[in-house]
Design a protein around this ligand. Structure first.
Ligand SMILES: N[C@@H](CCC(=O)N[C@@H](CS)C(=O)NCC(=O)O)C(=O)O
Length: 212
């Protein structure tokens, strides 16, 4: 039986898959584990009553497991690993936090209106640390095989590339070659192609935050 999963619909297009990186992380996990699922697209600016009843906090993603709705991508990914251990996706605990500050530093830089506030340098330092890690341990964060930590980071790097390219004409420096290779190999996975939001919706999702 297919697992029910609620994910974000695109801004202004409620019938199209939206731009939530946490939703994509859960979809990537389902795809990589080849777990059949039924997707409900949730318009987060007009949430359906049944969704709010099932999940009063109102955030996506949520997934129905053993008749219960479960929220939070960290919790969902952990439960999927327990219930569907094959193929194993758990990451080496030593490397579980690699790249974990990239998303927050990216968002700070994206929203920054002051070129001298150090936010670009902070992001560059995180990307450089990822490059150094991949140089020693790559091609994925835990080595030869993709694991949960890559599936969490991939949608965030996708947002970073699109949003910084669009709003700041900024891209990951060429000399971070391991990061470039890493991004290319993650984005070309079938699971990623199938679960990514279209570029225009990623831009539409960030626009109000950038222009705030
Ligand atoms: N920590 C949560 C974050 C989920 C989250 O922030 N979801 C956003 C969309 S990307 C959301 O549901 N926003 C709608 C709302 O808060 O009303 C997770 O990992 O699942």
């Amino acid at each position: 039986m297919a697992i029910e999963v609620c994910v974000k619909a695109a801004v202004g297009a409620p019938d199209v898959l939206g731009d939530c990186p946490f939703s994509q992380r859960v979809l990537l996990t389902l795809e990589e584990k080849k777990i059949p699922y039924q997707m409900h697209l949730i318009n987060v600016s007009d949430k359906p009553k049944w969704f709010l009843e099932a999940n009063p906090e109102g955030k996506v993603p949520v997934i129905k497991l053993d008749e219960k709705w479960v929220s939070d991508s960290d919790v969902i990914v952990g439960l999927l690993e327990e219930k569907y251990p094959d193929p194993p996706l758990s990451s080496n605990p030593e490397f579980a936090s690699v790249g974990s500050k990239i998303f927050s530093t990216f968002v700070t830089f994206l929203k920054s209106k002051d070129a001298n506030d150090g936010s670009e340098q902070a992001l560059l330092a995180e990307l450089k640390a990822l490059d150094d890690h991949l140089k020693c341990h790559g091609p994925y964060i835990c080595g030869e095989k993709v694991t949960a930590v890559d599936l969490s980071l991939a949608p965030k790097l996708y947002h970073l590339e699109i949003a910084l390219g669009h709003f700041k004409k900024w891209s990951v420096p060429e000399n971070l070659s391991c990061v470039h290779k890493y991004i290319k190999s993650l984005f070309s996975r079938e699971s990623f192609e199938k679960t990514k939001a279209a570029k225009e919706y990623v831009i539409a999702g960030w626009a109000p935050k950038v222009n705030a």
